[in-house]
Write a protein that binds this ligand. Structure first.
Ligand code: SAH
Length: 339
């Protein structure tokens, strides 16, 4: 069975042709899907026979919330079941400038970053574009609020699920669909340079975020094995290419881990690596994951690190306010099972 939410209007139109239905039916169905309805029976302007046919061939409600956790800061984390009973997590956050959701792109992850909970059990499968969208619909339906920003920062490596991620971006930015602006979508990657170049050629307006976490090659390998496949110079050249093709500022994420990557030497190396580029640095005190012993750097260290980047290297640098860590909803804490 296919996810109806994975289909573009054109694909639904094609389908309607094959079953002898008129073109305007496709538009009606696509409008319902875009409203986020979770039952075919809610598509009240369709004939009963068409509804029955759709039910036989497509899946609609593809992310069923089975648990909801609310943080003291208002962040909501949901566990959602997919049709095959796999579980992924998504997070709803409220900021001054609107509502953001953090969605997963894979069940688990195979990238093996040592500080991240999402990768502990490896990857189980890719999500479809419709399942990524389904997380947004489920959160909108639950909260009654519209989502303004989406970060592809849940479990999974979006560029390891390239085609479905790209289709998700196309569907969610479609004017007749969710109609998000490209700029309100952030795609975060641990550094798949080949796919970064491919993405650059799409010339999308989305924000690319690179999870860097260490500017020194042989140290980055220790915490992020992807560095063996794409070394830092390969990664940086793909980022340069991305900036050149899209004109978009790229974000570098840097989780500060006490005693691991937070020294003056690291700040200097990071500054030297990024100096003069169209980038923004986001410093994040590392979040606790029970299976590893990493501790966040002290505020003092974080501020010192920030000062080197800003004062010496003139890099635009912010410290990310972490939301939802009391419910394991913060960066690197999402997983595909109950804890
Ligand atoms: N695979 C993608 C998407 C995951 S995004 C990527 O690597 O970018 C999740 C973000 O949280 C990434 O920047 C990741 O490096 C970061 N992260 C992972 N574990 C973390 C932790 N324990 N504390 C803080 N950030 C973490």
């Amino acid at each position: 069975m296919k996810d109806l939410r994975s289909l573009t209007l054109e694909e639904i139109t094609e389908y309607m042709k094959t079953i002898g239905e008129k073109g305007f039916r496709a538009k009606q169905v696509y409008e319902w899907v875009s409203k986020g309805v979770s039952s075919f029976d809610d598509m009240t302007n369709l004939s009963q026979s068409l509804i029955e046919q759709l039910k036989r061939e497509f899946r609609l409600d593809n992310f069923k919330i089975i648990q909801t956790l609310k943080s003291e800061d208002g962040t909501i984390k949901v566990l959602g079941a997919l049709w095959d009973e796999n579980i992924v997590e998504s997070v709803f956050m409220t900021y001054k400038h609107g509502n953001s959701v953090c969605v997963s792109t894979q069940v688990g992850c195979k990238m093996k970053c040592t500080f991240c909970a999402s990768t502990l059990g490896g990857v189980i499968r890719n999500l479809t574009a419709g399942e990524i969208l389904g997380q947004i619909y489920a959160l909108q339906n639950m909260t009654g609020e519209r989502v303004n920003n989406v970060v592809l920062m849940g479990s999974g490596e979006p560029l390891d699920n390239y085609d479905e991620t790209l289709k998700f971006i196309k569907l969610s930015t479609d004017e007749k669909g969710l109609n998000l602006s490209g700029r309100s979508i952030t795609l975060s990657t641990c550094g798949l340079a080949t796919e970064i170049r491919k993405l650059a050629d799409e010339r999308l307006q989305i924000t690319l975020a690179i999870s860097l976490h260490n500017p020194i090659e042989d140290e980055r390998i220790q915490i992020m094995p992807i560095t063996k496949k794409h070394n830092l110079s390969d990664l940086m050249s793909s980022v340069d290419y991305y900036i050149e093709k899209t004109g978009r500022r790229v974000t570098f994420e840097y989780a500060l881990i006490d005693g691991v990557n937070d020294t003056e030497r690291h700040a200097q190396a990071l500054g030297a690596l990024l100096k003069g580029k169209l980038v923004h640095v986001n410093l994040i005190p590392v979040n606790a994951v029970v299976e590893n012993n990493f501790m966040p750097s002290s505020n003092n260290k974080i501020n010192g690190f920030k000062r080197v980047l800003m004062d010496k290297y003139r890099l635009n640098t912010t410290v990310r306010r972490e939301l939802g860590s009391d419910i394991n909803a913060a960066c690197g804490q999402l997983r595909n099972q109950h804890l």
